[in-house]
Structure formats: C-alpha cells, structure tokens
Design a binder for this molecule. Sequence first.
Ligand code: G3P
Ligand code: MG
Length: 232
Amino acid sequence: MQIIAHRGASGEFPENTLLAIAQAILQGADAIEVDVYAVEGELIVIHDPKLERTTNGSGTIYQHSLAYLQQLDAGEGEPIPTLWQVLKLVQGRCWLNIELKGKDTAKPLLALLARAEQELGLSLSEVLVSSFNHHLLLQLKQSLPQLRLGALTASLQVNYAQYVHDLGMYSVHCDLNFIDQQLVHDAHQLGLKVFVYTVDGLDEISEMQQLGVDGIFTNYPARSRIWAFEAE
Ligand code: G3P
Ligand code: MG
C-alpha cells in the first residue's frame, strides 16, 4: 500500500509548503500530493482559494497579484510555492500527485510538464494528475494521452468504478467515508488503481489494508507507514 503524503507531511508542517514536502520525502513517503490553482498563468500550490486559513493574507487568491501571493507567509515563514518549485524538489525522489483545484489549470500544466521533461529530465510516469473536475482531466487526456490521470470522487456511484474506466483514467481517488469492498473489487477488475483520502488513524489504515487499496493519502506519512506495516 503506497503512502502518499497529503499536502506534504501536513500533520506536522505547514500544508502544501516546500518544508512539508521535503519532510515527507525525508520520512520516506512513496508520493506527495499537492493542490494547485493558476494565477496569472502560474501554477501555485495551496488548498483553499481563500487565504485566511493557511496564510497571513486575506481575501481570495484571485483578488491578488502573483507577486503579492508569493510574499505571504504560508506557515513557519514558508511561502506559497509554485508547482515548478515542487517539481524541482520532488523530481527523482518520489512520485507526485498534482490535484488540479482551479479552473484554467490544464493549459499551464501541460506547458510546465513539457518544460520539466526538457529541463529536469522528468518522466511522465512519475506524475499522476487528479481532479474533482473530470472535464479538466478529459481536456488533459486529449492533449497528452500518456499522462496518468485520476478521477477524484466524494461519492459512491451506482456503477462503482465503471464511469472512471469509461473516462480512460488510471486511478480512482475515493473518500474514506464511501470506500467499500465492491468499489475496490470493481476498480481492480477494470484495471484501475484505488487511492483513498484522508487516512490517518490506526484502525482506518488497517481497514484500508484489509480492503486491498493501492494507496492512502495521509497527513502523517512516517507514522502511517509504520502502522500500515504493523497491520499487514
Ligand atoms: O487528493 C486527495 C485529497 O486531497 C482530495 O481532497 O480537499 O484534501 O484536496 P482535498
Ligand atoms: Mg488535495
């Protein structure tokens, strides 16, 4: 079961910062998950469009210039990183799940991935792009068919994973509250990976092991790794 650091090691460090990501890598996470929006065509890494919860700014990211956003404190003096900075930090160390939160993210992402392949030697197999917005994913699929894509869902659909398979996805990313054995079974029958968010508790980790999911998003990668090992 893959341990995916949710917003970096966000249980212990400020979420979606280079610090939290570096710490997750040090903790041996298999992958890092980050949330992405586009501002002035630049992809930035932050979960909420509203600035108050995770930074010392106020209002929304769309009300400000990129320059203003980049001088904010996103916790422990860490700035809001760009996705490019994250790619540089993560590349070659573990795989990266880029969750597209904002509109207008597909085009800049394609440009950034092309640049990372050129300048950093990035292999697309090290990247998995996900979103709750499945239209965005289809847009990416059309432009870059070999890119691995994951459909995020906060529901349990009547036809289980069939719609995700029909969309040509690599994986289904499910809410812990809705995951069940039939969904895991159905997804695996269809050749899809199953990743579950957000799984931090010992009992939940053990349950995910029993269900046979392929990975969990966790805010505590080091601790979750140990608990997953113990639950095997
Ligand atoms: O990608 C998994 C998870 O991060 C989705 O929900 O709101 O934490 O971004 P959220
Ligand atoms: Mg996320």
